[in-house]
Design a protein around this ligand. Structure first.
Ligand code: HEM
Length: 149
């Protein structure tokens, strides 16, 4: 296993925790269930803790993974900035939600959570593009295209 492969191994945790948290906040709000609100905030906390760990793996990948083109390098930076913005939006949501965990999320907290989800979605989309379209992290010894001629 290459060291830049640690990042894709970690990213699923914040992605799953944070998206689930946003979804559950809506369900908890519509059903007025205190238990669901507490679980949503728990998932949010787990996501905010695991996101910097995944981001650290991303930084390691940024400096170590083979990058085939300059465009891919720019996309890597865009991906990192989107990840930082998504994490900041969710961290702010957590700060708003921490003291009233049993209550439904306010409109402000809910909007921030949705903004975090949109930014996280964009982060994941660019991340996927980096790997499956740009070929970031592919060993240069592996031929990427087969010339039929
Ligand atoms: C919340 C934080 C982050 C999330 C959720 C995230 C998510 C992802 C995802 C889903 C992929 C595609 C993995 C695959 O399908 O194999 C990816 C790839 C990548 N990400 Fe991130 N990322 C985060 C932070 C960062 C940061 C801060 C950087 C640094 C610039 C970074 C750099 C990379 C690189 C270089 C790749 C392609 C190579 C590799 O997978 O190791 N990521 N990321």
């Amino acid at each position: 296993m290459n060291i830049w492969e640690l990042h894709p191994a970690f990213v699923h945790f914040p992605l799953a925790f944070l998206f689930s948290s946003t979804l559950l906040e809506f369900v908890a709000r519509s059903r007025r269930k205190e238990g669901l609100s507490r679980v949503a905030v728990g998932l949010l906390a787990a996501g905010v803790i695991s996101a910097p760990i995944a981001a650290l793996g991303g930084l390691v990948a940024f400096f170590t993974a083979p990058v085939p083109t300059d465009e891919a390098h720019v996309r890597m930076i865009i991906h990192g900035v989107l990840a930082a913005l998504a994490t900041a939006a969710y961290a702010l949501t957590l700060a708003l939600r921490w003291k009233n965990q049993g209550e439904p999320a306010s409109k402000g907290a809910l909007s921030l959570s949705v903004l975090g989800a949109l930014l996280l979605g964009a982060t994941g989309a660019v991340g996927g593009y980096l790997v499956y379209q740009d070929g970031v992290g592919m060993e240069p010894t592996v031929p990427r295209f087969v010339d039929p001629n």
